[in-house]
Design a protein around this ligand. Structure first.
Ligand code: SF4
Length: 322
């Protein structure tokens, strides 16, 4: 059995946040008991609406944030036992906004080669050549080596961010909304580039996105997140072809429209996204669920397996009260 490169075991992260004027602080359970694993060569997409906890999960998997409970493993070792430098050699991020993640005062050559310097690469005489090679690989012409981020388009800036992430040849890349800050016309170019680089360099991806359409053609595994929990998790082909959880179905209905003139389709979600400081009882999705059952408002659904897909929904739990 292939060992997971990245693994989250029952991971939770709670923040204490202000509940309002004179109301003091209350716990916000951003991530609540999440278990996931990423094996070599897989593309695991974590999808869900803003505020569901997916970016917090990504930060924990990058070692940038500690979990409140549970454990995170890289290559089978607990994250806290691995140095930041060693984590950076194995796992690299690509963030949503390529402009704010690039230093505007540094040339592209300096930005892309910086990880070589930070890691104390022993062959400085090769840095320029290796920087130009990775630029070529991500589709940046060598003539922009001395340019600054402000001289590039959004798509080119994201290529710089990708080159910087890959120059030390990491095993895993965590892409947090890699195309959401880009024009629609360049989104598919960046997704195709990520797909090509995956094959060429043997990369493993964790992709965080609010948009199922973005990950549909790349993901090999899919985790659907809602209010800090993974509500559906399995092979991406199975989840896309036969979505089981009502939330996954609503997300899919929101993107699978053949007519671009129709704009953003109705998600058929019955209510607004709940306040994470005031979570609904029972199944937290019940106020918005089109298939709600009488027990959903009072009973938390157990985790069950259906056709190889892990789910949290009473519809699939044979032991649930009817
Ligand atoms: Fe809907 Fe009930 Fe399933 Fe929650 S447990 S998704 S409310 S049917």
């Amino acid at each position: 059995m292939t060992e997971a490169i990245l693994e989250a075991r029952d991971v939770s992260r709670t923040f204490m946040v202000s509940a309002g004027f004179l109301r003091g602080k209350r716990p916000l359970h951003a991530v609540n008991g999440v278990s996931l694993e990423l094996k070599r060569g897989e593309v695991l997409a974590v999808v869900g609406e803003s505020g569901c906890g997916k970016s917090t999960l990504a930060k924990m998997m990058l070692g940038l944030l500690s979990p409140s409970s549970g454990s995170l493993l890289i290559g089978g070792k607990p994250v806290e036992s691995i140095s930041r430098m060693a984590i950076a050699r194995t796992v690299q991020p690509i963030f949503q906004d390529p402009y704010s993640s690039l230093n505007p005062r540094k040339s592209l050559g300096n930005i892309i080669s910086l990880p070589l310097k930070v890691q104390g690469d022993p062959e400085p005489e090769t840095w320029r050549k290796r920087t130009e090679e990775i630029m070529e690989l991500v589709g940046l012409p060598r003539r922009v080596y001395n340019n600054y981020p402000s001289q590039l388009s959004g798509g080119q800036r994201q290529r710089v961010a990708i080159a910087r992430a890959l120059i030390n040849r990491p095993q895993v890349v965590i892409c947090d909304e890699p195309t959401s800050a880009l024009d629609v016309s360049v989104q598919s170019q960046i997704l195709n580039l990520l797909q090509d680089l995956r094959k060429e360099l043997g990369l493993t991806y964790l992709i965080i996105s609010h948009n199922l359409a973005v990950v549909e053609h790349m993901a090999t595994e899919l985790a659907v997140m809602y209010l800090g929990r993974i509500v559906e998790y399995g092979k991406a082909s199975e989840c896309f072809d036969n979505p089981r959880h009502p939330y996954t179905r609503a997300l899919l209905e929101s993107v699978l429209t053949p007519d671009p003139d129709l704009g953003v389709p109705d998600t058929h979600l019955g209510a607004a996204y709940p306040n994470p400081l005031n979570m609904p009882a029972g199944c937290t999705f019940h106020p918005r669920c089109a298939a709600v059952l009488p027990q959903c408002a009072r009973q938390v659904p157990a985790s069950v397996i259906d056709g190889g897909v892990k789910l949290e929904c009473h519809l699939f739990d044979k032991a649930s009260e009817k």
